[in-house]
Design a protein around this ligand. Structure first.
Ligand code: CAA
Length: 257
């Protein structure tokens, strides 16, 4: 599928999406979000894709939702076109999704990074929720995912001041997995995605689901769900292959069955 506001490619087992509105710092217009959802849908349906990387390229991740598109909207417009509800393909994507962040990840840009499963940040990365400066608040998870990741006080700071935090501070807070020189961010993320994509796909899917469930359920319920998935995986060929390969001292060859 040809896209106008993103670039999408498949490199081996890794799907790569690059946000591509450089003149407006990858501002997230509805059209761009639509294309992002469509590209993720293609990766979801393609069994060759084991993991995906989402990046904004070398200079900027995304400076947020498109302010020009929103400025004159009414609440009814927002509700009927469900502006941020349309970002759901990012959270329903069942395969590992890595963000490779250089430069600004602000507003909705920060929120889509926080929807990813792992975040590799270049040393130029800045994460923030400046919506307060526009007379609004985040609408795609900024007030909800920050406290769950960085705690209440940091969440208050970024949401009430609108000031971004550095890659290094984000790393100290556990918000990003790794900080690397900006020129290698995307390559490091792709390398990690390639490593993850070699793992058994069904186990990856259920591991992702289980970790996400931990953020939404009481412990006993989460443990029960984890246990069910653990037992279920004994129905897969990949479990037999993985355990036999270990015992036979060779690498497992996984099929996603
Ligand atoms: N929407 C639309 N256009 C944007 C934009 C955005 N979010 N961010 C930047 N742009 C445009 C600018 O208007 C500018 O366009 P022109 O060249 O036509 O003037 C171009 O991108 C370059 O931007 P700047 O000249 O401002 O670049 P800078 O380097 O001086 O500053 C910046 C960079 C600090 C990121 C600044 O652009 C900025 O503050 N952007 C807005 C950030 C923001 O408020 N994001 C939150 C949006 S609301 C949201 O996301 C809601 C939600 O939760 C869903």
């Amino acid at each position: 599928m040809a896209f106008e506001f993103i670039l999408s490619s498949i490199e081996g087992a890794v799907g790569v999406i690059t946000l591509n509105r450089p003149k407006v710092l990858n501002a997230l217009s509805p059209e761009l979000i639509g294309e992002l959802g469509a590209a993720l849908g293609e990766f979801e349906a393609n069994p060759e894709v084991g993991a995906a990387v989402l990046t904004g390229g070398p200079r900027v991740f995304a400076a947020g939702a498109d302010i020009g598109d929103m400025v004159e909207r009414s609440p009814v417009d927002q509700l009927t076109r469900d502006q941020t509800g349309r970002w759901a393909p990012l959270t329903s994507f069942s395969k590992p999704l890595l963000a490779a962040v250089n430069g600004y990840a602000l507003g909705g840009g920060c929120e889509i990074a926080l929807m990813c499963d792992l975040i590799i940040a270049g040393d130029s990365a800045r994460f923030g929720q400046p919506e307060i400066n526009l007379g609004v608040i985040p609408g795609a998870g900024g007030t909800q995912r920050w406290p769950r990741t960085a705690g209440k006080y940091v969440a208050m700071e970024v949401n009430l001041t609108g000031a971004p935090i550095s890659a290094q501070r984000a790393f100290q807070l556990g918000l990003v997995n790794k900080v690397v020189p900006a020129e290698v961010t995307i390559e490091v993320a792709k390398r990690l995605a390639r490593r993850i994509a070699e793992k058994p796909p069904l186990a990856l899917r259920l591991a992702k689901e289980a970790v996400n469930a931990a953020l939404e359920t009481p412990l006993q319920q989460g443990l029960a769900a984890e246990r069910r998935s653990f037992y279920f995986l004994f129905a897969t060929e990949d479990q037999k292959e993985g355990m036999r390969a270990f015992l036979e001292k060779r690498r497992g060859r996984f099929k996603g069955r």
